[in-house]
Design a protein around this ligand. Structure first.
Ligand code: ADP
Ligand code: MG
Length: 700
């Protein structure tokens, strides 16, 4: 429907606002379960009253005492000082912020219940800004510890406590998990766990509670992980009901001929991955596999062999990559391998002439192009395939779930789904893979092809930049090829994030380009520039010049991060390395050390360096192993950031922490399988309770 034909929205009357959000909504709380699962950060013990004489510095306590006098002092600052007394001693309360009428609340003789953190003042203990209310002598004390909840601005603890208590009373807390399972795991019932967490008895171990190790906490985390595992295993079972074209392998077929034509032998890891994928492709259920391997480990050839298997069966293969540069590189490599064997290859890129595009579209639709390579352009509506048998997504984490789904949907003709192969060079630690990709099969290339030189990584302060530049000049004049990576393109970008808030100005690619040209003097034409805002044709030309050694020193932004493969380049400088994430630095570094020459990576940083930034640079200096670094990254950042919230499905994990709860994750995985087999209703109810309808991310 065109915009003009769409029904016109009624113009909102002036000043009409969307209804204000309730405090609960502002915290993301909607249903009763959300409230029940809004768990305390810590607790205050108000179950007993401490005599003033027994107060201890810094230990929050509740005191019951009578007001002796209240006075308003107008010294440098206005202060309301209230003297109170119990049978054991005296205490002073101080308020720096107060309303004019407050003094009246502290009339002499009034009995107060006071909570706060005592500190030692000039004349005994004092409490600044205590929480006070009027008490009566027979006022009962609470039976349980008082929870302190995560709250936002303007959302009071009292309001939250009431709302949560009400939700807990309304809630259906039936136990769905078999008693036997809970017994084995040593976990309490869900109602017991929730009651305990919101209102712990005074004798409970506060330390266990606040460190989230108490069995009640473990029950909550287990339930959360169980829901996730149930959802993933259900998704996997559902997928197993769908049909795909079974791709038989032919003796002497395309795959065999490709293997024979390659200038190298597959490594053992590559062979194992190829075998796993080939076995999946022979099945009548769609493959759903992730191929992971560090940068430069040789994933492309594995994908090419899978494509060959599809093409041998008269089906097409589509390969999608996140950037023009990377997609173009795949095109070059795959065309070089497959075209001589008679395979039609088509290209669908971002900026493409209409005629070329139309031609590519026609060849994809007719089936004449057995292999279609491109960027996001591959999933546009207009693109149709005659018979898509295999979809390959490179650097899959760069794409959203919807994009991966729409590539798969391109082949949904004749009730058959294409097989799906995803690839990533960001290795995923085992725990995370299990938590997030529990519904995926994973193949791993653990070791790079032989003959690779480890990249020697050194870290320099920005103050030694001149020295680094001289060194780069020497090496380039001696015939080496180098990348010089900058975080930004133009000075204008840095005006906000840079000098304005006191951070050092970021080096920008344009200025650095000019600087390095000057440095190389007569050889200035050897210095190239590559950044994301250049037209794709210019980017391609610069890359080709660099690959052909017409350019020796390439100043680039992170557009070179993924997949760029120029084996002759053996030196990389990264400026403002402290600004990049660990995975990103490792990816960047992976651009060198691909040839036979010993490679170096020089990381330049500027002060101030945060603790985590320092830890990142140290890790890079110490290891070149992507799996070790991924584990380190998980420790430094946590899983949500590591994968990107959008595609990780980790928005669901509010309570469990994959860094600490690995044991629970494994228990949950096994329990999920058993539950689905033996107690399907419990599995359904558990899923409903925890996930409601929000399981879209599982579909891809
Ligand atoms: P990535 O896993 O990062 O995508 P590529 O597929 O781009 O890695 O491979 C990196 C380089 O290694 C390419 O030049 C590729 O041709 C080469 N290569 C792949 N497999 C082997 C092998 N078994 N022996 C030697 N070189 C290989
Ligand atoms: Mg690659």
């Amino acid at each position: 429907m065109s915009a003009a034909a769409a029904p016109r929205k009624r113009a909102a009357p002036q000043g009409e606002q969307p209804p204000p959000k309730s405090p609960g909504e502002r915290l993301g709380l909607r249903g009763d379960w959300d409230y029940a699962l809004h768990l305390p950060l810590h607790y205050v013990d108000e179950t007993r009253i401490t005599p003033i004489a027994e107060l201890r510095e810094g230990r929050v306590a509740v005191v019951q005492a009578r007001v002796l006098q209240a006075e308003l002092m107008a010294a440098r600052r206005r202060v309301l000082r209230v003297q109170v007394e119990d049978d054991s001693g005296r205490l002073e309360l101080r308020f720096f912020h107060f309303y004019p009428g407050w003094q009246r609340n502290y009339a002499p003789g009034r009995l107060l219940r006071i909570r706060g953190e005592p500190r030692r003042g000039l004349f005994g203990f004092e409490i600044v800004h205590p929480v006070c209310r009027q008490a009566s002598a027979q006022d009962p004390l609470p039976q349980s510890l008082t929870p302190v909840y995560p709250a936002g601005a303007g959302i009071g603890q009292a309001w939250l406590r009431k709302a949560i208590a009400a939700a807990l009373r309304r809630l259906d807390m039936r136990e769905w998990l078999p008693a036997q399972l809970l017994g084995q795991l040593g976990l309490p019932s869900i109602s017991h766990a929730l009651q305990l967490l919101h209102a712990p008895p005074p004798q409970v171990s506060l330390e266990q509670l606040e460190q989230r190790r108490h069995p009640a906490w473990r029950r909550i985390k287990f339930d959360e992980l169980l829901a996730q595992q149930l959802a993933q295993q259900t998704a996997r079972a559902r997928r197993a009901e769908q049909l795909a074209w079974p791709l038989v392998q032919q003796r002497g077929g395309l795959a065999t001929r490709l293997l024979q034509a390659l200038p190298f032998q597959l490594t053992a890891d590559q062979q194992a991955c190829v075998a796993e994928i080939a076995a999946d492709l022979r099945r009548e259920q769609p493959m759903h596999r992730l191929l992971q391997g560090d940068v430069g480990s040789g994933k492309t050839v594995v994908a090419a062999l899978a494509a060959a298997q599809a093409i041998d069966n008269g089906l097409q293969c589509a390969l999608m990559a996140p950037t023009d540069i990377l997609a173009a590189q795949h095109l070059r490599r795959l065309a070089e391998w497959l075209e001589p064997l008679g395979v039609g290859v088509a290209w669908l890129g971002g900026a493409q002439r209409k005629r070329e595009r139309d031609q590519a579209l026609a060849r994809a639709a007719s089936g004449e192009a057995a292999l279609v390579v491109g960027t996001h352009a591959v999933i546009q509506d207009k693109v149709q395939f005659a018979r898509l048998g295999l979809a390959v997504v490179d650097e899959q984490h760069r794409f959203g779930v919807a994009q991966r789904l729409s590539l798969r949907a391109k082949g949904a003709g004749e009730q058959r789904q294409p097989h799906l192969l995803m690839m990533t060079a960001t290795p995923i630690p085992r725990t995370l893979a299990m938590a997030v990709f529990g519904d995926l099969d994973i193949s791993t290339i653990a070791h790079a092809p032989p003959g690779r030189q480890p990249v020697r990584t050194r870290v320099f302060s920005e103050q030694r930049r001149d020295e680094v530049m001289r060194r780069v000049r020497e090496l380039v004049l001696a015939g080496r090829q180098a990348y010089w990576v900058c975080p930004l393109i133009e000075p204008s970008e840095s005006s906000e994030s840079g000098a304005a808030n006191g951070q050092p100005e970021l080096r920008d690619a344009l200025a650095t380009h000019a600087e390095l040209q000057a440095l190389l003097g007569e050889q200035a034409q050897w210095v190239g520039l590559l950044h994301g805002r250049m037209p794709p044709a210019d980017k391609a030309r610069v890359m080709a010049d660099f690959a052909a050694s017409r350019l020796r020193l390439l100043v680039a932004t992170t557009v070179i991060e993924v997949g760029v493969d120029v084996p002759a380049a053996s030196l990389m400088v990264i400026e403002h390395a402290e600004r990049f994430g660990l995975a990103q630095l490792h990816q960047l570094r992976g651009r060198v050390g691909r040839g036979s020459e010993a490679a170096q990576c020089l990381l330049l940083f500027s002060e101030p360096l945060s603790e985590t930034a320092r830890a990142r640079l140290r890790a890079l200096h110490e290891t070149g192993d992507g799996f070790v670094l991924a584990q380190k990254d998980l420790e430094l950042r946590g899983p949500g950031e590591l994968l990107g919230q959008r595609q990780s499905g980790l928005q669901g994990l509010r309570h469990a922490d994959l860094r600490e709860d690995e044991d629970l994750l494994e228990l949950a995985r096994d329990a999920a399988a058993r539950l689905l087999r033996e107690h399907p209703q419990a599995a359904r109810e558990h899923l409903r309770r925890w996930l409601g309808g929000g399981t879209d991310w599982l579909a891809a």
